[in-house]
Design a protein around this ligand. Structure first.
Ligand SMILES: *Cc1c(COP(=O)(O)O)cnc(C)c1O
Length: 413
């Protein structure tokens, strides 16, 4: 093929001078800085400073291509750190010491995909398996089930937003001959309700279901709950009956770029590993090339504070959530919070509060939530409560008897 030379110079995009680029970056920083303090609707922790990792964001590609446990041919990877991340979380989630595997994903969704694909592979014969999940499950679950061509049943949520165990019993009972896959939600997206995997296990026991696979989608709440004593929290880990657990790295750990971790028993998944001579590492993950930075950032987040530090972060976040809930109750504003949650559900605030820049995540039913993730300070919450208090006072003010044309004069004190 003959390559034509490009036409006159004028066709090229204008050369951006360094100062224009710098200005764009400076503007972005300012915008983000301004938005940060009022972003209390989404579950990313913001209490970490990752500046120490800046030197690793210079020239080097960090590519953890393939399996984290087989270094492969390339040397520019962080698989040794990735393995430590997996091991630490496998300990927290009580995976068997001699039978564990996992990797750093691009996020909670990839972990769910990897786990449900493993579940599908575990039951290759007929009858085909059925996936059951809480109707309040994260939107990635129905999407993945569709993409994998799996049969699935959405189970009613009970009045605490947990999977309705009676409905689960009925629905599984109607399909007794089919292998059961349950995608349990450990922290629903809106209210942070937790499906109890121990109770799910008892439901399946009662129906004498032998062929079963339980995935714990623990994107948000898995790590903070896993740091509690098992008798202080709902069941969701390996010892409680889960076969796979996945979390998001940018939620509780507070990674500044999306990531996640999925953990499984090695004996369940190693038969699907395919050797790849080009990379020298088996193809066991969803992606081929994977971010070495993500693994390094998570390692730093987990080891910087250690288990004791993360327990403290979780405790403080829960205390702030409890405080927020109590203050809203005192203001007489409808609100609730499930035990151990960082999430406070509240009736959607008046527009005048939202107009002040507070970012809250809302559902369609007139409720929204705020989350006291680590890094959200009591000062920020008090600013929010002050805005709420002012708006509520305005709502309670008696309506003016008449409106003058100008408007201002009609506002009564
Ligand atoms: C956030 C979340 C996900 C999705 O995780 P991403 O990291 O955004 O892909 C899945 N499930 C639950 C329960 C979540 O909270």
């Amino acid at each position: 093929m003959v390559r034509r030379r490009r036409g006159p110079l004028a066709l090229h995009p204008p050369v951006r001078t360094a100062s224009v680029v710098d200005q764009r970056l400076a503007d972005l920083r300012n915008d983000l800085e301004a938005a940060r303090l009022r972003n209390i609707g989404f579950p990313g922790a913001v209490d970490f400073d990752y500046t120490a990792l800046a030197p690793f964001l210079t020239r080097e590609l960090l590519n953890n291509v393939g399996d984290p446990y087989v270094d492969g041919i390339g040397r520019n990877h962080t698989k040794q750190f990735e393995r430590e991340v997996v091991e630490m979380l496998a300990d927290v989630f009580r995976a068997p010491a001699d039978d564990r595997w996992g990797y750093v994903t691009s996020g909670g969704t990839e972990g769910n995909f990897w786990a449900l694909r493993l579940a599908q592979r575990a039951f290759p014969g007929r009858p085909r398996p059925v996936v059951y999940f809480n109707e309040r499950a994260h939107y990635s679950i129905p999407k993945i089930v569709r993409d994998l061509g799996l049969d699935a049943v959405s189970i009613r949520a009970d009045r605490f937003d947990q999977i309705d165990y009676d409905d689960l019993h009925d629905q599984v009972g109607r399909r007794r001959d089919r292998p059961v896959v349950v995608a349990a939600t450990i922290g629903t997206t809106m209210s942070e309700a937790v499906d109890d995997v121990r109770v799910i296990g008892r439901v399946l026991d009662r129906l004498d279901v032998r062929e079963r696979f339980i995935h714990a989608d623990a994107a948000l709440a898995g790590l903070p709950l896993g740091l509690l004593e098992p008798n202080e929290r709902p069941g969701f880990d390996f010892a409680d009956g889960a076969d796979t657990v996945s979390i998001s790295g940018h939620k509780f750990p507070g990674s500044p770029s999306p990531s996640g971790v999925v953990i499984a028993r090695r004996s369940l998944c190693e038969r699907y590993a395919r050797a790849v001579s080009y990379t020298g590492s088996p193809d066991t993950t969803v992606a081929g090339s994977r971010s070495g930075h993500a693994a390094l950032i998570l390692w730093y987040a987990l080891h910087q504070h250690g288990v004791a530090g993360h327990r403290r972060r979780a405790r403080e976040a829960r205390e702030l959530a409890a405080y927020t809930h109590a203050q809203l109750a005192q203001l007489g504003w409808p609100a609730f919070r499930y035990p151990l949650a960082f999430t406070v559900m509240l009736r959607t605030p008046p527009a005048q509060v939202l107009d002040r820049g507070w970012v809250l995540a809302s559902s369609d039913d007139g409720w929204c939530h705020l989350m006291t993730m680590p890094g959200v300070t009591i000062g920020v919450i008090q600013d929010f409560l002050a805005d709420m208090s002012a708006a509520i006072a305005d709502l309670r003010r008696p309506a003016p008897l008449s409106y003058s044309a100008g408007g201002h004069a009609a506002v009564t004190a």
